[in-house]
Design a protein around this ligand. Structure first.
Ligand code: XMP
Length: 502
């Protein structure tokens, strides 16, 4: 299959570029090293200054050796210019937000666009001198070098972000770049299921797979895929005691309705709670939980015997965001299903979804016949309530959070807002504050409500929930959840916050 490689220089939109390219029909990978397998490269944005000592850069050899088209975006645009003898400096003012760019529409990059297009800008530095043989093909009133090209070398750069929706013709620009690379549009989810099923059958054959399912979309879709492929798999749902209300029951029903055989529930609440006694550090919690999951799988595997594979619902961003190599993006969090794995595991991994983004997984789930309501469920982290209790996890605190969580979900569903939000959930702040209830002083925990809108969880905006909905949530929590006397609303976007608290 023809592919495009997206170099990650730590930019928040890097994954978005890959998703846009995939939506346009070409498979895209996030990469850190060049490779011959790609028919084009995109150099992403990044937070640094290209002229800084530590700035991530591609070696000069890259530009000498590269034989396929290259598109630099923002930081990538500046880096190319600087690497090839141009110059980048801080501009006179920061250019941020929607701007009008004047584009040379005879450039193949801007074919079928208007001469004036709205673009999304976010930069301070700018290219002040182009390398030899490079030509300006776009400018704004602040940035005279908003886009350039070298047609002979097939190198292009744009200071603005074609991948975000605020550049309405951004898809056309990326599609034009795809045309320049000559990539065939071979990435279609319709054929993916069949190809994956064949691949699973030929790789795994009649070997046995043990797989943990969390009840989330990812692991469920992965499990159903294995089941449809006729793989000899044994599915385990571990009841950690850290899950949402009636989760175990609901998950069991879904698997029963989908006729997935060999589905088993393992009760492990006290094991998890015991291991979490006294643990406050979020990364430690994640690692402990990850290890416990694996320990349970291995124990179950031994009991039943003869398993050779461990199935997981890992998706593409989990792989990239937690374990991977990023020299430039600092490790943000250890996702329990990746970073928590012990180094020596006696089972091989099978992760059928590890090349897909969440929206792609949802589409696959629909094709496999999973109910819409289930597919559109908000993401829920593997370590569950443990990372939504800010402090030590205890049974009493889990109960408080679970009750608050049930209320939040119900109120949001009733308001009709569920589908518009990426996630909405409460977290328990284990510091106490003073209140008054029925003329009595109270001294109890606080609940914070997190509601975010996002397209891929890489960035997120805090949601401006209507006051009456917030009021309903607050009233119900205060009245019905004992142990809480104050409800707060989180107004932090990502970045700088993350979606989860730990
Ligand atoms: P953050 O908090 O990093 O979350 O902004 C991004 C998205 O990932 C989910 N998340 C997890 N999912 N295991 C998971 O399966 C985890 O350990 C985990 N941590 C965060 C989070 O809910 C959000 O959608």
């Amino acid at each position: 299959m023809d592919k495009i490689g997206i170099f990650d220089f730590g930019g928040q939109y890097c994954h978005l570029i890959a998703r846009r390219i995939r939506d346009l029909g070409v498979y895209a990978d996030i990469i850190y090293e060049p490779s011959d397998e790609y028919k084009g490269f995109i150099l992403s944005g990044g937070p640094g200054d290209v002229y800084a000592d530590q700035a991530p850069k591609l070696s000069e050899d890259f530009f000498i050796d590269v034989r396929v088209p290259v598109l630099g975006i923002c930081y990538g645009h500046q880096m190319i210019a600087q690497a090839l003898g141009g110059k980048v400096e801080k501009g006179e003012e920061r250019e941020y937000g929607k701007k009008i760019a004047q584009l040379e529409t005879n450039s193949p990059l801007f074919a079928n666009l208007d001469k004036r297009e709205q673009v999304w800008m976010s930069h301070f530095d700018q290219v002040i001198k182009l390398p030899d043989n490079y030509r300006i093909i776009g400018k704004t009133d602040i940035c005279p070098t908003a886009a350039y090209q070298n047609l002979e070398e097939n190198v292009f750069g744009v200071q603005f972000h074609p991948e975000v929706i605020h550049t309405p013709s951004g898809d056309k620009i990326l599609d034009n770049f795809i045309k320049i690379t000559g990539c065939k549009k071979e990435w279609k989810l319709e054929g993916w299921v069949e190809t994956k099923i064949n691949q699973l059958q030929s790789e795994i054959k009649d070997k046995r797979v043990i797989m943990g399912v969390s009840g989330g979309v990812d692991s469920t879709v992965a499990a159903v895929l294995l089941s449809k492929a006729g793989i000899n798999a044994h599915f385990i749902y571990v009841d950690t005691g850290l899950m949402r209300l009636r989760e175990t029951e609901e998950v069991s029903n879904i698997f029963r309705d989908l006729a997935v055989e060999d589905f088993h529930v393992v009760e492990a609440e006290s094991e998890f709670l015991d291991d979490l006694i006294g643990i406050i550090n979020p990364e430690e919690k994640r690692k402990i939980i990850g290890r416990k999951f694996i320990e349970i799988f291995e124990r179950e595997a031994k009991k039943i015997g003869n398993f050779e594979y461990l199935g997981q619902g890992t998706i593409y961003p989990d792989r990239i965001e937690s374990a991977q190599p990023s020299k430039h993006a600092s490790i943000i969090k250890t996702h329990h299903n990746v970073g928590g794995l012990p180094e020596k595991m006696s089972l091989d991994l099978v992760e059928p979804l590890n090349e897909l983004y969440k929206d792609e997984v949802r589409r696959i789930g629909k094709m496999l016949g999973l109910p819409e309501k289930f597919i559109n469920r908000h993401p829920f982290p593997g370590p569950a309530f443990a990372i939504r209790i800010l402090g030590e996890v205890t049974k009493e605190r889990v109960k408080i959070l679970r009750n608050a969580d049930t209320i939040v979900t119900k109120v949001i569903e009733a308001s009709g807002l569920y589908k518009e939000l990426w996630q909405v959930f409460p977290a328990l702040i284990t510091a106490k504050s003073v209140g008054v209830m029925g003329d009595k002083r109270t001294y109890e925990y606080m609940i914070t409500i997190r509601a975010v809108e996002s397209i891929d969880a890489m960035t997120a905006d805090w949601s401006k929930l209507p006051y009456d909905v917030l009021e309903e949530i607050s009233n119900q929590i205060i009245n019905k959840v004992s142990g809480v006397n104050r409800v707060l609303y989180d107004i932090t976007s990502k970045p700088p916050g993350t979606i989860e608290y730990e």
